[in-house]
Design a protein around this ligand. Structure first.
Ligand SMILES: C[S@@+](CC[C@H](N)C(=O)[O-])C[C@H]1O[C@@H](n2cnc3c(N)ncnc32)[C@H](O)[C@@H]1O
Length: 290
């Protein structure tokens, strides 16, 4: 048995474990519904499959945890984040392309009361900076971080702390200031994932991390939830670079993978409501998987 795993140990090491999210550094200012923090250990392996210089594109950026991790951990030389939602995009515009110090200070100095929050949220014709701040505020004080229409203020929150239960001004300020340290590597594009992916589809050294909105829940979670999944598979299948496309494990998605002759693996995850389910990971190759 020297140096060999017993059958049970070998079997255990082959079955992917559920990642403890607390073990992954939180770098995003967002709490993101459907966020991929739990997938970070696999993303690291995927990005480390080659030492050659690479560009990472995250065309459905959301909270941007994959881009931020790659920037901090030097897993890619350049990073492109793309997001269509104008509220989410405003935050990235200010942090990556604008006056991040204004946003960090504004969050830190804000006196969070229901009255003050309402007056920020209700203001019409917001400037880009104001929109960025109100998006962070909403994301922190609305149920589940959901900023889409139909969502509402946290009522009791953690420990009965109400709207303050997810408002960590110092942490948010520190995260924004930390992101600013690596922002020269990051380009943020407010735009459509399909357009940006089409632009890089022949680039061999571009790695695409594609996490589109999906499932019935997408309707409640995001303002932009309707995308053409068949078209996304078709475009992904044309990419000359490496890719990782993630979805809930459903028959529809398995069928699409089959239709476009794309290989996949599944990995277990726990939802925010602690329900265990599987996620499908589609990739051009799986040499990086184990
Ligand atoms: C599943 S979420 C991404 C979550 C992200 N991976 C994270 O960990 O935070 C999908 C995101 O895609 C955005 N989105 C939807 N349609 C889009 C499109 N056509 N182009 C760019 N972004 C889009 C949504 O607004 C949402 O933020």
């Amino acid at each position: 048995m020297d140096g060999q795993l017993s059958f049970f140990e070998a079997k255990k090491s082959l079955s992917p474990k559920i990642v403890n999210v607390a073990s992954v550094p939180q770098r995003s200012p967002f709490r993101y519904p459907g966020g991929k923090t739990w997938l970070i250990p696999l993303v690291r392996k995927w990005l480390k499959q080659s030492d050659a210089s690479k560009v990472l594109i995250e065309p459905f950026a959301g909270g941007g945890i994959v881009s931020l991790t790659a920037a901090f951990e030097k897993l890619a030389d350049q990073i492109v984040m793309v997001e269509l939602d104008h509220e989410v995009a405003a935050v990235w515009e200010i942090i990556i392309n604008g006056d991040h110090i204004w946003l960090a200070d504004k969050i830190y100095a804000f006196d969070l009361t229901p009255e003050n929050a309402n007056s920020i949220l209700k203001k019409e014709n917001k400037t880009l900076k104001e929109l960025a701040f109100s998006t962070i505020l909403k994301n922190r004080i609305f149920h589940g971080g959901i900023i889409a229409k139909g969502s509402g203020l946290i009522k009791n929150g953690e420990n009965g702390k109400g709207i303050k239960s997810r408002w960590y001004p110092r942490t948010l300020r520190d995260r924004i200031m930390a992101i600013a340290q690596v922002k020269s590597k990051i380009k943020f594009v407010k735009g459509d994932a399909f357009d940006e992916l089409a632009k890089i589809k022949n680039d061999k050294n571009t790695y695409s991390f594609i996490d589109p909105p999906y499932t019935v829940a997408g309707r409640r979670l995001y303002t932009h939830f309707e995308i053409d999944h068949d078209a996304l598979f078709a475009l992904t299948a044309q990419l000359k670079g490496k890719f990782m496309l993630t979805y809930d494990d459903t028959e529809e998605i398995r069928e699409l993978a089959k239709k476009y002759s794309l290989n996949f693996r599944t990995t277990p995850m726990k939802t925010t409501h602690h329900i265990q389910k599987n996620e499908i990971i589609i990739s051009d190759n799986f040499s990086w998987w184990n």
